[in-house]
Design a binder for this molecule. Structure first.
Ligand SMILES: [Zn+2]
Ligand SMILES: [Zn+2]
Length: 267
């Protein structure tokens, strides 16, 4: 399994996930041309995508869904609430999915789980294949038990680490927006991300990417410091943490099994 972070934040989210020939675009909140270039930059092309997976209908996650899906005949996997809000039109390309079920897409199992966020039926995802296990959860106000359970026994956890409370409350956002961001249907703080990792107890992820960082109310330094401190306090200082970039492709992860299988190519 391989995962790329192409972009992550309120300006647009996009990740790519590949396992044994099955490729999924997770979120498509950047402009169409940029997503096409990013997919081609890793040696893949949009016509070969197995699907687009969307967490929710907010524009920073779904902006190019209609164009991508219609132009390249790519099915879209999302909740009824998300699909209804996007009004995609072509029933042949629409794949409604529900929290708690497992969907096989090529070599990948997609396991959606409900998250608390201010839109209709938002989801997070756990992806499993013979070569790895990863989960992506951004845009959630807090981490309920059913969500925390999905973070155990992962190779890679991509979790929102949206804001530092001090930067948010002393920053330029209007009062109502500060309330929205920090509310139960808003976004996760750095500390909440750290606590969610700690809640895995003795089954923490092998690697964590902190994602969807606010440009106004957070910084990579704040996120890494806060989450790192919480992990060390609970004996999890060995878990590596990295931060995604707002508009750049900056992280790529390849599972150990996938690396082993690739090795003969380079021998
Ligand atoms: Zn978002
Ligand atoms: Zn959102």
């Amino acid at each position: 399994m391989q995962v790329w972070s192409f972009a992550s934040g309120s300006d647009g989210n996009c990740y790519l996930l590949e396992s044994e020939g099955t490729t999924l675009l997770v979120e498509c909140g950047r402009p169409y041309g940029q997503i096409r270039d990013l997919v081609e930059s890793v040696g893949l092309d949009l016509d070969s995508l197995g699907g687009i997976v969307l967490t929710h209908a907010h524009g920073d996650h779904s902006r190019s869904a209609r164009t991508l899906s219609h132009t390249h005949r790519i099915p879209i996997y999302a909740s009824h609430g998300t699909l209804g809000a996007l009004r995609l039109g072509d029933p042949a390309l629409v794949k409604p999915i529900e929290s708690g079920k497992t969907y096989s897409v090529g070599q990948l199992d997609v396991k959606p789980f409900a998250v608390p966020h201010d839109c209709r039926e938002p989801l997070g995802f756990r992806f499993e294949s013979g070569t790895g296990r990863a989960a992506i959860a951004t845009d959630l106000g807090w981490v309920p038990h059913n969500v925390a359970r999905q973070f155990r026994d992962l190779d890679l956890l991509v979790i929102e680490s949206n804001y530092d409370p001090h930067l948010l409350h002393t920053g330029a956002y209007p009062y109502f927006l500060k309330q929205r961001v920090s509310g139960t249907y808003g976004h996760l703080s750095n500390a909440a991300a750290g606590e969610a990792i700690v809640a895995c107890h003795d089954r923490p992820p092998n690697l964590v990417w902190l994602a969807h960082l606010s440009e106004q109310n957070n910084s990579p330094r704040h996120a890494l410091q806060t989450v790192g401190r919480i992990l060390r306090r609970h004996g999890l200082g060995h878990v590596p943490i990295k931060t995604t970039h707002h508009r750049r492709s900056n992280l790529r992860w390849t599972s150990a099994i996938a690396r082993e299988r690739q090795l003969p190519l380079f021998a």
